[in-house]
Design a protein around this ligand. Structure first.
Ligand code: ADP
Ligand code: ADP
Ligand code: ZN
Length: 213
Protein backbone atom coordinates (compact mmCIF):
# COMPACT_ATOMS: atom_id res chain seq x y z
CA UNK A 1 0.00 0.00 0.00
CA UNK A 2 1.20 3.52 -0.87
CA UNK A 3 0.01 6.21 1.51
CA UNK A 4 0.46 9.96 1.89
CA UNK A 5 -0.05 11.50 5.33
CA UNK A 6 -1.24 15.07 5.07
CA UNK A 7 -1.86 17.64 7.80
CA UNK A 8 -0.62 20.65 9.72
CA UNK A 9 2.79 20.65 11.36
CA UNK A 10 2.26 18.93 14.70
CA UNK A 11 -0.87 17.19 13.47
CA UNK A 12 0.46 13.73 14.32
CA UNK A 13 1.81 12.54 10.96
CA UNK A 14 5.11 11.25 12.31
CA UNK A 15 3.46 9.55 15.27
CA UNK A 16 0.94 7.74 13.07
CA UNK A 17 3.53 6.96 10.38
CA UNK A 18 5.59 5.05 12.96
CA UNK A 19 2.56 3.01 14.03
CA UNK A 20 1.52 2.30 10.43
CA UNK A 21 5.03 1.21 9.55
CA UNK A 22 4.96 -1.39 12.30
CA UNK A 23 1.48 -2.62 11.50
CA UNK A 24 1.77 -2.68 7.70
CA UNK A 25 5.46 -3.57 7.36
CA UNK A 26 6.22 -0.77 4.91
CA UNK A 27 8.74 2.06 5.45
CA UNK A 28 8.02 5.62 6.56
CA UNK A 29 9.49 8.21 4.23
CA UNK A 30 9.77 11.42 6.22
CA UNK A 31 11.32 14.22 4.18
CA UNK A 32 11.76 16.18 7.43
CA UNK A 33 13.78 13.33 9.02
CA UNK A 34 15.88 12.89 5.87
CA UNK A 35 16.59 16.64 5.75
CA UNK A 36 17.49 16.78 9.46
CA UNK A 37 19.97 13.92 8.94
CA UNK A 38 21.47 15.81 5.99
CA UNK A 39 21.79 18.97 8.11
CA UNK A 40 23.45 17.00 10.92
CA UNK A 41 26.03 15.53 8.55
CA UNK A 42 26.48 18.84 6.71
CA UNK A 43 26.00 17.31 3.28
CA UNK A 44 25.50 19.74 0.35
CA UNK A 45 21.73 19.11 0.61
CA UNK A 46 21.82 19.74 4.36
CA UNK A 47 23.78 22.98 4.04
CA UNK A 48 21.33 24.31 1.45
CA UNK A 49 18.18 23.09 3.27
CA UNK A 50 19.14 24.44 6.70
CA UNK A 51 18.52 28.10 5.77
CA UNK A 52 14.94 27.33 4.82
CA UNK A 53 14.25 25.00 7.73
CA UNK A 54 15.55 27.50 10.28
CA UNK A 55 13.16 30.11 8.87
CA UNK A 56 10.19 27.72 8.82
CA UNK A 57 10.03 27.90 5.02
CA UNK A 58 9.74 25.04 2.56
CA UNK A 59 12.97 23.71 1.09
CA UNK A 60 13.06 24.24 -2.73
CA UNK A 61 11.03 21.69 -4.70
CA UNK A 62 13.92 20.59 -6.94
CA UNK A 63 15.95 19.42 -3.92
CA UNK A 64 12.96 17.51 -2.57
CA UNK A 65 12.29 15.89 -5.95
CA UNK A 66 15.85 14.52 -6.14
CA UNK A 67 15.64 13.30 -2.55
CA UNK A 68 12.38 11.44 -3.23
CA UNK A 69 13.67 9.87 -6.45
CA UNK A 70 16.75 8.63 -4.62
CA UNK A 71 14.69 7.24 -1.73
CA UNK A 72 12.23 5.47 -4.05
CA UNK A 73 15.09 3.82 -5.90
CA UNK A 74 15.81 1.80 -2.76
CA UNK A 75 14.56 -1.75 -2.62
CA UNK A 76 12.57 -1.49 0.64
CA UNK A 77 10.03 0.84 -0.99
CA UNK A 78 8.99 -1.62 -3.69
CA UNK A 79 5.95 -3.03 -1.87
CA UNK A 80 4.72 0.27 -0.50
CA UNK A 81 5.57 3.19 1.77
CA UNK A 82 4.15 5.97 3.89
CA UNK A 83 4.99 9.52 2.87
CA UNK A 84 5.17 11.76 5.94
CA UNK A 85 5.61 15.43 5.07
CA UNK A 86 5.66 15.02 1.28
CA UNK A 87 4.21 16.40 -0.94
CA UNK A 88 4.00 19.84 0.67
CA UNK A 89 2.60 21.87 -2.26
CA UNK A 90 1.01 21.41 -5.67
CA UNK A 91 4.35 21.50 -7.51
CA UNK A 92 5.58 18.59 -5.39
CA UNK A 93 2.32 16.72 -5.99
CA UNK A 94 2.94 17.09 -9.72
CA UNK A 95 6.56 15.97 -9.31
CA UNK A 96 5.25 12.89 -7.54
CA UNK A 97 2.77 12.22 -10.35
CA UNK A 98 5.67 12.31 -12.81
CA UNK A 99 7.86 10.04 -10.70
CA UNK A 100 5.07 7.54 -10.07
CA UNK A 101 4.25 7.49 -13.79
CA UNK A 102 7.91 6.77 -14.61
CA UNK A 103 8.20 4.05 -11.98
CA UNK A 104 4.74 2.63 -12.68
CA UNK A 105 2.98 2.93 -9.32
CA UNK A 106 0.08 4.96 -7.96
CA UNK A 107 -0.86 6.35 -4.56
CA UNK A 108 -3.67 4.36 -2.91
CA UNK A 109 -4.78 6.73 -0.15
CA UNK A 110 -4.12 10.23 1.12
CA UNK A 111 -4.82 10.39 4.84
CA UNK A 112 -5.63 13.91 5.97
CA UNK A 113 -5.24 14.21 9.73
CA UNK A 114 -7.36 17.16 10.80
CA UNK A 115 -6.39 19.06 13.98
CA UNK A 116 -7.66 22.55 14.90
CA UNK A 117 -4.98 25.25 14.54
CA UNK A 118 -5.40 26.37 18.16
CA UNK A 119 -4.09 22.97 19.31
CA UNK A 120 -1.00 23.11 17.13
CA UNK A 121 1.24 25.48 19.10
CA UNK A 122 0.88 23.34 22.22
CA UNK A 123 1.57 20.16 20.27
CA UNK A 124 4.73 21.60 18.71
CA UNK A 125 6.12 23.45 21.72
CA UNK A 126 5.74 20.30 23.87
CA UNK A 127 7.22 17.98 21.25
CA UNK A 128 10.48 16.22 22.10
CA UNK A 129 12.34 14.40 19.36
CA UNK A 130 14.98 11.67 19.22
CA UNK A 131 17.58 11.41 16.48
CA UNK A 132 16.21 7.89 15.81
CA UNK A 133 13.02 9.54 14.57
CA UNK A 134 10.84 8.79 17.61
CA UNK A 135 8.60 11.63 18.83
CA UNK A 136 7.18 12.33 22.28
CA UNK A 137 5.16 15.04 23.98
CA UNK A 138 5.88 16.33 27.46
CA UNK A 139 2.17 16.12 28.38
CA UNK A 140 0.25 13.87 26.01
CA UNK A 141 2.91 11.29 25.19
CA UNK A 142 5.85 11.41 27.63
CA UNK A 143 8.67 8.84 27.53
CA UNK A 144 8.99 6.46 30.47
CA UNK A 145 12.04 8.32 31.71
CA UNK A 146 12.11 12.08 31.23
CA UNK A 147 14.37 13.17 28.37
CA UNK A 148 15.26 9.61 27.34
CA UNK A 149 13.97 7.80 24.23
CA UNK A 150 11.99 4.60 25.01
CA UNK A 151 12.94 3.14 21.64
CA UNK A 152 16.73 3.60 21.62
CA UNK A 153 17.83 5.18 24.93
CA UNK A 154 18.97 8.35 23.10
CA UNK A 155 18.71 11.85 24.58
CA UNK A 156 15.60 13.76 23.54
CA UNK A 157 15.84 17.32 22.25
CA UNK A 158 13.56 20.16 21.25
CA UNK A 159 13.79 20.97 17.55
CA UNK A 160 14.93 24.55 16.85
CA UNK A 161 11.94 25.03 14.57
CA UNK A 162 9.57 23.97 17.37
CA UNK A 163 10.13 27.35 19.06
CA UNK A 164 7.28 29.83 18.91
CA UNK A 165 8.45 32.33 16.25
CA UNK A 166 9.31 29.61 13.72
CA UNK A 167 6.08 27.73 14.50
CA UNK A 168 4.13 30.76 13.25
CA UNK A 169 5.98 30.78 9.93
CA UNK A 170 5.43 27.04 9.49
CA UNK A 171 1.69 27.32 10.07
CA UNK A 172 1.59 30.14 7.52
CA UNK A 173 3.45 28.00 4.96
CA UNK A 174 0.98 25.20 5.60
CA UNK A 175 -2.02 27.46 5.00
CA UNK A 176 -0.60 28.92 1.79
CA UNK A 177 1.16 25.95 0.23
CA UNK A 178 0.05 22.64 1.69
CA UNK A 179 -3.66 23.11 2.37
CA UNK A 180 -4.61 23.19 -1.36
CA UNK A 181 -3.50 19.55 -1.52
CA UNK A 182 -6.61 18.54 0.41
CA UNK A 183 -8.85 19.53 -2.51
CA UNK A 184 -6.34 18.25 -5.03
CA UNK A 185 -6.50 14.70 -3.63
CA UNK A 186 -10.19 14.88 -2.82
CA UNK A 187 -10.85 15.53 -6.50
CA UNK A 188 -8.85 12.43 -7.33
CA UNK A 189 -11.13 10.45 -5.00
CA UNK A 190 -8.35 9.08 -2.78
CA UNK A 191 -8.65 11.39 0.25
CA UNK A 192 -9.79 10.17 3.66
CA UNK A 193 -10.24 12.65 6.51
CA UNK A 194 -9.37 11.64 10.06
CA UNK A 195 -10.22 13.42 13.30
CA UNK A 196 -6.70 14.06 14.66
CA UNK A 197 -7.97 15.66 17.84
CA UNK A 198 -8.42 12.44 19.81
CA UNK A 199 -6.06 10.10 21.67
CA UNK A 200 -3.20 8.68 19.59
CA UNK A 201 -4.56 5.10 19.57
CA UNK A 202 -8.02 6.30 18.48
CA UNK A 203 -6.52 8.28 15.59
CA UNK A 204 -4.68 5.12 14.57
CA UNK A 205 -7.84 2.97 14.67
CA UNK A 206 -9.72 5.49 12.56
CA UNK A 207 -6.92 5.51 9.97
CA UNK A 208 -6.80 1.70 9.79
CA UNK A 209 -10.55 1.56 9.34
CA UNK A 210 -10.69 4.24 6.65
CA UNK A 211 -7.79 2.92 4.57
CA UNK A 212 -9.33 -0.53 4.73
CA UNK A 213 -6.12 -2.12 6.00
P1 ADP B 1 3.79 15.91 12.73
O1 ADP B 1 4.69 14.80 12.25
O2 ADP B 1 2.50 15.99 11.97
O3 ADP B 1 4.48 17.22 12.81
P2 ADP B 1 4.00 14.58 15.35
O4 ADP B 1 3.59 13.18 15.12
O5 ADP B 1 5.45 14.86 15.50
O6 ADP B 1 3.34 15.55 14.22
O7 ADP B 1 3.21 15.11 16.64
C1 ADP B 1 3.40 16.43 17.15
C2 ADP B 1 3.38 16.37 18.68
O8 ADP B 1 2.05 16.04 19.13
C3 ADP B 1 4.30 15.32 19.29
O9 ADP B 1 4.81 15.85 20.50
C4 ADP B 1 3.37 14.12 19.54
O10 ADP B 1 3.82 13.32 20.64
C5 ADP B 1 2.06 14.82 19.87
N1 ADP B 1 0.86 14.08 19.40
C6 ADP B 1 0.75 13.33 18.27
N2 ADP B 1 -0.51 12.83 18.15
C7 ADP B 1 -1.21 13.28 19.22
C8 ADP B 1 -2.56 13.12 19.67
N3 ADP B 1 -3.44 12.39 18.97
N4 ADP B 1 -2.93 13.73 20.81
C9 ADP B 1 -2.04 14.47 21.52
N5 ADP B 1 -0.75 14.67 21.16
C10 ADP B 1 -0.33 14.09 20.02
P1 ADP C 1 6.52 18.73 10.85
O1 ADP C 1 6.73 17.31 11.34
O2 ADP C 1 6.36 19.67 11.96
O3 ADP C 1 5.39 18.83 9.87
P2 ADP C 1 8.77 18.28 9.11
O4 ADP C 1 9.76 17.50 9.88
O5 ADP C 1 7.92 17.55 8.14
O6 ADP C 1 7.87 19.12 10.13
O7 ADP C 1 9.50 19.46 8.34
C1 ADP C 1 10.44 20.30 8.97
C2 ADP C 1 10.98 21.29 7.93
O8 ADP C 1 11.66 20.56 6.90
C3 ADP C 1 9.91 22.10 7.21
O9 ADP C 1 9.57 23.28 7.91
C4 ADP C 1 10.62 22.40 5.88
O10 ADP C 1 11.55 23.44 6.02
C5 ADP C 1 11.39 21.11 5.63
N1 ADP C 1 10.62 20.14 4.83
C6 ADP C 1 10.23 18.89 5.21
N2 ADP C 1 9.59 18.26 4.22
C7 ADP C 1 9.57 19.13 3.17
C8 ADP C 1 9.05 19.07 1.84
N3 ADP C 1 8.40 18.00 1.37
N4 ADP C 1 9.22 20.17 1.06
C9 ADP C 1 9.88 21.27 1.48
N5 ADP C 1 10.38 21.37 2.72
C10 ADP C 1 10.24 20.33 3.56
ZN1 ZN D 1 15.36 7.19 19.93
Amino acid sequence: MRIILLGKPGGGKGTQAKMLTERLGIPQISTGDILREAVKHQTPLGIEAKKFMDAGLLVPDCLIKDLIKERLSQEDTKDGFIFDGFPRNLAQARDLEQISGDLGFSIDKVVYIDVPTEKIVRRLSGRRTCSCGAVYHVESNPPEEQGVCDACGGTLYQRDDDKEDVIKARIEQYEKQTKPLIDHYDEKGILVTIDGDQPIDDVFSEIMKKIGA
